[in-house]
Design a protein around this ligand. Structure first.
Ligand code: NAD
Length: 332
């Protein structure tokens, strides 16, 4: 491809991705599958690497998808709330793990988690009381949806045990399939339009102006990350377990929702297990997330503008995406 063609293709892809982003994050609608979206993003990334002078600073490859609607007060995040780099390929997980081992000295432990298909939330606690809940927004600021988050029963308003004085906990708000199906059933009975999928409905519900409607819908939340200056743990795994003791709903090793391993074999075993068994879960996941456990090593690895280098998401191919992947492979 010559430079003129690259300019045109980059412009087209950017326009298209910005359009999908707006629909997905603001309108809660998906016009294409995640796989198609990710293929286009990857193509844009490839072109920007090949033609670095053409890479715009506000390219969709460099920005966290923004969900700011202007319906709520905007608040700056104390810790940036980033996205995750993702892949549909096991080889790329192996490459990522090799890179991590090269970049940080010493033994590396990894934490494997489910990738809940919902919407991210950052919740602040002061002296054990929930003071603020903010959406991811554009990564540096999000919307204050505290009133709605307080209606979710699995998010404690007051903590127990030995929690830090001030900290932020991050997690994913999602629709359990039972609540989602019940909601659609009652919409059908009332002659209302059905919601397309649990992810988009969770995102839309969290942005409703009337908290009493949010309360009725049965959203749930898994917590998966703790941020603060005086945390009683030096790694992610221990922090998640601590959060369980403070009263949060956390993924547990007993249910195989959480696993710590020091090997690529351990990571692959987790990926394969959940690829086989995800249909039995009472909520939707779109993949798994692998994180470097140790906070010191996480800091050494740092972040890109869009995502931490110490974590990666492996996304499962949906049936539709598998067909698309085959088509793509066939064309090549
Ligand atoms: P993402 O959903 O790929 O990953 C980041 C998010 O994962 C986090 O913000 C968090 O909310 C969530 N998450 C779930 N479980 C987690 C865990 N255990 N640990 C940490 N985070 C966890 O990234 P994104 O920036 O929210 O969205 C980008 C992706 O969304 C794209 O790659 C694409 O697949 C999809 N998308 C699709 C369309 C479409 O039109 N189909 C449009 C825009 C984006």
């Amino acid at each position: 491809m010559n430079t003129k063609e690259a300019v045109k293709r980059i412009e087209d892809l950017t326009k298209e991705l910005n359009h999908y982003n707006h629909l997905y994050y603001i309108e809660n609608v998906s016009e294409v599958s995640d796989f198609e979206y990710d293929q286009r993003l990857k193509e844009l990334q490839g072109l920007e690497e090949q033609f670095p002078d053409l890479a715009a600073s506000n390219s969709p490859t460099k920005r966290v998808g923004g969900d700011i609607t202007k319906k709520f007060k905007t608040v700056k995040h104390e810790y940036p709330m980033l996205s995750l780099s993702n892949t549909y390929s096991e080889e790329e997980i192996v490459e990522w793990e090799n890179r991590v081992k090269k970049l940080v000295p010493g033994k590396v432990n990894y934490v494997c988690e489910l990738k809940y298909d919902g919407v991210a939330i950052g919740i602040r606690y002061e002296n054990g009381a929930l003071t603020q809940a903010i959406t991811r927004g554009d990564g540096s600021k999000g919307e204050n949806v505290s009133a709605n988050v307080k209606t979710i029963r699995t998010i404690p308003l007051h903590l127990k045990g030995n929690f830090p004085e001030v900290f932020e906990i991050r997690g994913e708000i999602f629709f359990p399939l039972e609540s989602f199906n019940a909601l659609n059933k009652s919409r059908e009975e009332n002659g209302e339009e059905l919601f397309a999928n649990p992810r988009n409905s969770a995102s839309g519900t969290l942005k409703l102006q009337d908290s009493s409607v949010v309360a009725e819908r049965g959203l749930d939340c898994f917590l998966y990350g703790v941020y603060g200056t005086d945390l009683p743990a030096d790694g992610h795994y221990k922090s998640v377990l601590n959060a369980g003791e403070w009263g949060f709903k956390i993924p547990t090793p007993e249910k195989k929702y959480l696993k710590r391993t020091d090997s690529i074999e351990g990571i692959m075993e987790f990926i394969h297990y959940w690829d086989r068994n995800r249909a039995d879960l009472p909520f939707e996941i779109d993949g798994v997330v692998i994180k470097v456990d140790d906070y010191g090593q996480q800091e050494e690895l740092g972040n890109t503008a869009k995502s931490p280098r110490w974590a990666i998401a492996y996304k499962f191919k949906t049936e539709q995406a598998s067909a698309e992947l085959e088509a793509v492979t066939y064309q090549v």
